[in-house]
Design a protein around this ligand. Sequence first.
Ligand SMILES: Cc1cc2nc3c(=O)[nH]c(=O)nc-3n(C[C@H](O)[C@H](O)[C@H](O)COP(=O)(O)O)c2cc1C
Length: 382
Amino acid sequence: MLVLAYNLLMRSVIGSMYRRILKPILFLFDPESVHTAFIKMGELLGSFPLSQSLINSTFTFRHPSLLQKINGITFENPVGLSAGFDKDAHTVNILPDVGFGFAQIGSITALPYEGNPKPRLYRLPLSQGIVVYFGLKNIGVKKIIEKFKQNYVSPRIPISISVAKTNCDATANESAGMEDYIETLTQLRNQNVGDIYTINISCPNTFGGEPFTTPEKLERLLLKVDELKITKPIWIKMPISISADEFDSLTKVATRHNVQGLVIGNLQKDQTDKSIIEPIPSTMKGGVSGKPTWELSNQHISRTYKKYGNTFIIIGVGGIFSAEDAYEKIKRGATLVQLITGMIFMGPQLIGEINEGLYKLLQKEGYSNISQAVGAHHKTNS
Ligand SMILES: Cc1cc2nc3c(=O)[nH]c(=O)nc-3n(C[C@H](O)[C@H](O)[C@H](O)COP(=O)(O)O)c2cc1C
């Protein structure tokens, strides 16, 4: 009891210091440099048992009511790191200590890519979002596999590897693009790296545009993926800036293939959306993360859960800044949630805060396990 009270106090002090002191300073600097510095710091802190255990004892919150077994994998809590924060698997040894229940590495591709020209990140403090224009910067599947073999033989949390297609002229046509996904998945499967594979069909910042977001093309890609006979769970990272009908037609395709989960979803593609308050410089291309994704992601989660809740698990992503936000996505139908931008705006203690907040919300509403709250909105309101 005393330990829990101490942790609660520490998280609240760290959060308050982060928002009042550190964030205003960090937000004066170039966003990509700050991002890189945080990744390096995470990698360093994950290299020593002492720093791991100090962070673990301060940041994490554990309770059996948050534990779920999904697709045969145990998730100690439902809060995961979303794809794009740790593209090249630097922080796998510290993420469990920060409190994450799982993490998505990548997106990675068959070949390395240095990314789109800078600037690739632009903060929107009023809108609580970030414009992202990385364009699938990553070190390529071969190096990622080497890293896992050398440094992360048995990660302490489930690791999903997000797979996209190499962002270059050569893979802009459909069949080369497909081969690129298949090459990466084949290498990961053969080397037994990763616990879950997430197929990112929805990166908005790629050469030739989003390649597999029409039902016909997705059908052809998933037919090829089926041939790999992957036995680990496969999730699809869905676009959100599409209509309900378009979303539904992609989901329908997924029902016919070896797909167990839908990650809903990716970035807000419309830079003129009303959720974006401040002007974005005309030179700054890219999709927007954070609160500008909240509404669209929630709508797609609800609709998908109502229609396909028995077929797929839903991983809810987009604009989660608090336990209440995570709970909203869960009650709409998400079994797991993921985030990035909330952590950047609120501080790294947010993960423990969300888990503790979820535990309290479950208690308040009389649920003994988080799985009972999944889709609760539809059960009570319909
Ligand atoms: C810096 C950054 C890089 C991203 N890169 C990827 C990526 O490589 N692959 C992917 O599927 N999503 C990527 N995303 C999208 C996030 O995974 C997530 O879907 C989106 O940001 C909404 O979640 P959030 O509001 O919690 O950030 C990226 C987001 C950010 C902020």
